[in-house]
Design a binder for this molecule. Structure first.
Ligand code: NAD
Length: 259
């Protein structure tokens, strides 16, 4: 297996894409720390992985809190003795016209999507550099490559993740820490289908949430079909094993983005 003997942590891994990434890493032999702000979800994911014979532990962590992020990274070292792979996946979304966007809403998105990634990388990269190197993968989005109406704060946060990732990748390139970002397209998680998911938030008066979902898939994605958490997990495994891919933000989007 490609990740035998490796130790990983994934934030926001209680469900959705993070859960898929954690499963892909574990299937390749990595021990995985499942971190999520929702402890119950984190524990359920870890239990599922353990049921299939993989090594997984759960931890509650709010990535917007520096002390909790530092404690999460420390917990990975305490539990596994090392940290080789960190996937900073926790993220939140919202949708509204600019004129209706409150400061609180802007701050909510940036606290998780940007400050959270900053705090995680700050805790992970220097420590990895001291302990033999590793791979960090941040979750950006196709919304970090092109703007989307009504998602201006979310898009701005994902553009920020890409710029931040590229900068620190260069900072740590000679220290054995390989830092990249993944840009998913559209994936059927709670971010789209939950009560406050995008399908509902973007719905017009005469439209159902399911119609919005189908419209987005067919109009935005040239391939005409959604991606899956497993697609993202496969790229995370690949990036975790490649020595010379540094500072990239790689799309898994069925052909949406052109760079
Ligand atoms: P999701 O809402 O299904 O899952 C997000 C997870 O993050 C949840 O388990 C949630 O509890 C956790 N979380 C939220 N705030 C947190 C915090 N402060 N600290 C720790 N954990 C927190 O979302 P998803 O679709 O799986 O998205 C995962 C990542 O992928 C996000 O960064 C998202 O922006 C990105 N992404 C998603 C899509 C998509 O179509 N679903 C597309 C592009 C990018």
């Amino acid at each position: 297996m490609k990740l035998d003997g490796k130790a990983a942590l994934v934030t926001g891994a209680g469900r959705g894409i993070g859960k898929g990434i954690a499963a892909s890493l574990a299937q390749e032999g990595a021990k995985v720390l499942i971190a999520d702000i929702d402890q119950g979800l984190a524990e359920a994911t870890a239990a599922e992985l353990r049921e299939t014979g993989q090594e997984a532990a759960a931890l509650r962590c709010d990535v917007t809190k520096a002390d909790e992020v530092d404690a999460m990274v420390e917990a990975a070292y305490q539990r596994f003795g090392q940290l080789d792979i960190a996937v900073n996946n926790a993220g939140v979304v919202g949708a509204m016209p600019l004129a209706e966007m409150s400061e609180a809403e802007w701050d909510r998105i940036f606290a998780v999507n940007v400050k959270g990634v900053f705090l995680c990388c700050r805790a992970q990269a220097p420590r990895m550099a001291e302990t033999g190197g590793g791979a960090i993968i941040n979750l950006a989005s196709i919304a970090g490559k092109a703007g989307v109406p009504l998602l201006s704060h979310y898009c701005a946060s994902k553009f920020a993740v890409i710029g931040f990732t590229n900068s620190i990748a260069k900072e740590f390139a000679q220290e054995g820490v390989r830092i990249n970002a993944i840009c998913p397209g559209i994936i059927a998680t709670a971010m789209w289908h939950g009560e406050t998911g995008l399908s509902t938030l973007l719905k017009g008066e005469d439209e159902t949430a399911e119609e919005v979902w189908q419209r987005k898939i067919s109009t935005l994605l040239p391939q005409g079909e959604e991606q899956t958490p497993e697609d993202i997990g496969a790229l995370a495994v690949f990036l975790a094993t490649q020595p010379h891919i540094i500072g990239q933000s790689i799309n898994v989007d069925g052909g949406f983005a052109t760079y």
